[in-house]
Write a protein that binds this ligand. Sequence first.
Ligand code: GFB
Length: 314
Amino acid sequence: MQPQSRIYVAGHRGLVGSAIYRQLQQQGYTNVITATRQELDLRDELAVRRWFDQQQPEYVFLAAAKVGGILANATYPVDFLQDNLQIQTNVIAHSFRTGVKKLLFLGSSCIYPKFAPQPIKEEYLLTGALEPTNQWYAVAKIAGIKLCQAYRQQYGWSAICAMPTNLYGPGDNFDLQTSHVLPALIRKFHEAKVQGQPQVTVWGTGTPRREFLYVDDLADACIFLMQHYDDPEIINVGTGEDLSIKELAALVQKIVGYQGEIVYDTSKPDGTPRKLLDISRLQALGWQAQTPLALGIEKTYEWYLAHAQGCTKA
Ligand code: GFB
């Protein structure tokens, strides 16, 4: 990838895509192209075909996807399976057809079996049953991985697949029904502090463990992989450290400065008991995450405070 290369970031308004876009600009890439959802519906095969014919990108970061937290995944199974299958199949197929040199597909740590040994190595893919709450999303992402690997096997095309752990950061979704845990906790503690509420409700038992990666670190890893990785095998992207939801809640509470009590709503699902990625493959290439969790949460809270007006859906 050269500074003048024509680079398409699919999903540039989302958490991951916007971070990749920012990072590319910062690193001096001057020819980054994007299309909003209004300009191009990636589920529409004909529209994607025409767009690629016109735009002819050389490199593609495929960060467009229907995403959400544990409740959204379980509530909208059709959207999570069908939209993602359509988006990724259209972008991958037309990237290849129009001569894209290299494509990076973003998966997720939920592709691995629910009870995978920890930390999770790349080779554990498809060795056990999936977590039911996000099986729809996981199956779509696994199909995306296999399609990339199939293009490489059949045509020798450079499609690579990165599997990020749970992500957070500026630009995240703070809608309490559809968000992931970290933005949800920032918002819940902030609103409780401002409104003087005595309690904040955290879903589940608080015992599941998760690993959190700051999205700008992921963006840096994606550009690094585009430059240095060209292998059929998927590659994990994480920090190598996890914590319980209870520990996370205490950390967010402290950063937000909320004095009240935490209660647990055990009628809500816990999901996978633990999800910690083995990152030795990426470390061996020379990449490591830079942002400690507390600092990343502080930056995300600052972003939330500056944009809270736009995050007002209950
Ligand atoms: O982040 P999250 O929604 O997704 O939930 P997953 C992580 C854990 O936090 C679960 C708990 O045990 C939740 O029950 N939790 C506690 C909360 N309070 C809250 C809250 O207010 N909101 C939310 N959302 N959770 C996702 C998948 O699974 O992992 C996605 O659904 C994606 O598909 C992502 O793959 C990486 O980590 O359980």
